[in-house]
Design a protein around this ligand. Structure first.
Ligand SMILES: Cc1ncc(COP(=O)(O)O)c(C=O)c1O
Length: 396
């Protein structure tokens, strides 16, 4: 029988007994969160620089988001796309209002992998072609088509038999893309900053060259902004940002921070793409549900109201300066609050030593890179604390 008060060990035992062991977990029970702070059931307070896999963009339980979800829950939890909904209408309008002007319509779904599946499908419908080029080191999700588009580590193997027609180019190398981009190719899809691969970036010219190539050969350009979107880089999206030479793709895919923790994904598309999609071509039961839509609107409003984009830029600068004091950090990759700290040596012991000091960070597929994906409301005083603890962790 389950006891009425559960300790960390009780909860861990139950999860391990009744849940598939698919994740290695940190030894803590997450109980509540406020902004950048996560509180465990034993009363400990953690500085969360990982945000639950980049989801807590507005911080944990942002009051504006919580209030919007509560208000919507009292009115109507859900109805599908067979009816109109004020929550959905407002969310779509709000999301398109912050998107690059070329992207004029949204399709709502429930996760990042689903957004990518739909983006690839739209590209095939729009072009009448089948193949999709993606990149070494890219991660796009775990459903059949998305995992087949993932050329990072072992993931693609886990999805065997893979969906045919997925071609691999080298991230940052335009010649490798040109060599594959023939008249069979429907889409080129990329994470503009490869997060799981260790926060790998490409030169701004790479994005310009991709745009030109796609225009020249009638190929749909898809940015998987599941991690980079919704303010994480200090811009609303990597698309149209200075770091990406202001290039705008034909489709952006989103999830993670879009709902501040309520599962929601989206594809943002151009008029040209939307013109090729007809009734019943795409669909999902839960996509565009009222709770998720209330969360989307409130997430964007919270980022605007609290000046989070400006905050990301200012605090990123401060972090870059502060890390100069820590010689084992050989480089700081990425931009905004999608950052990879590269060490001379393995990052895993530092990740563990930081956790012992109540700082949550992330690892990556690059063993020497520690990833930071903090809430967009992280402050310079939080950086000061992180730097003190990082120095201790490095010394340990
Ligand atoms: C860049 C990127 N694309 C797609 C996904 C898949 O998103 P989801 O886990 O919501 O399906 C992820 C998840 O980590 C991701 O980082």
């Amino acid at each position: 029988m389950t006891p009425t008060f559960l300790t960390l060990d009780d909860i861990a035992d139950l999860e391990e007994r009744y849940q598939l062991a698919t994740y290695k977990k940190m030894p803590l029970v997450a109980e509540r969160g406020v902004g950048v702070w996560l509180y465990s059931s034993d009363g400990q307070k953690y500085l969360d620089l990982y945000g639950g896999h980049a989801v807590a963009g507005t911080g944990h339980s942002h009051p504006h988001v919580v209030a919007a979800i509560q208000a919507q829950a009292e009115k109507l939890l859900f109805y599908s796309n067979l009816v109109y909904s004020e929550a959905r209408a407002r969310a779509a309008e709000k999301l398109i209002s912050v998107a690059p002007p070329e992207l004029t319509k949204a399709f709502f779904c429930n996760s990042g992998t689903e957004a990518n599946e739909n983006a690839m499908r739209m590209a095939r419908m729009a072009t009448g072609r089948g193949n999709v080029i993606t990149f070494s080191g890219g991660f796009h999700g775990r459903t059949a088509d998305a995992i087949s588009a993932t050329f990072l580590g072992k993931y693609r193997e886990l999805g065997r038999p893979n969906v045919p027609g997925h071609l691999k180019a080298e991230f940052g190398n335009i010649e490798s893309v040109r060599a594959l981009a023939d008249s069979t190719v429907a889409a080129i899809m990329l994470e503009p900053i490869q997060s799981m691969a260790g926060v790998r970036t490409a030169e701004p010219q790479f994005f310009l060259a991709l745009r030109e190539l796609c225009d020249e050969r009638g190929i749909v350009l898809i940015y998987d902004e599941v991690q980079t979107g919704v303010g994480r880089t200090g811009d609303w999206f990597f698309a149209n940002s200075k770091a990406g030479s202001h290039v705008v793709p034909d489709i952006i895919t989103l999830a993670k921070a879009l709902g501040s923790g309520i599962p929601v994904g989206a594809c943002l598309v151009t008029e040209k793409i939307s013109a090729s999609i007809k009734e019943n071509d795409l669909g999902t039961t839960f996509g565009g549900g009222m709770i998720a839509m209330a969360a989307v609107s409130a997430t964007i409003e919270a980022i605007e109201n609290d000046g989070m984009l400006e905050n990301v830029r200012a605090v990123e600068n401060y972090l870059r300066q502060s890390l100069k004091e820590i010689p084992p950090v050989v480089s700081l990759r990425g931009c905004g609050f999608l950052l990879g700290l590269e060490f001379h040596d393995k990052a895993a012991p530092i990740h563990k030593a930081l956790l012992d000091r109540k700082i949550i960070t992330g690892t990556s597929s690059d063993p020497n890179v520690l990833r930071l994906l903090p809430p967009l409301c992280l402050k310079t005083s939080d950086i000061d604390l992180f730097v003190v603890k990082l120095k201790e962790a490095v010394a340990a």
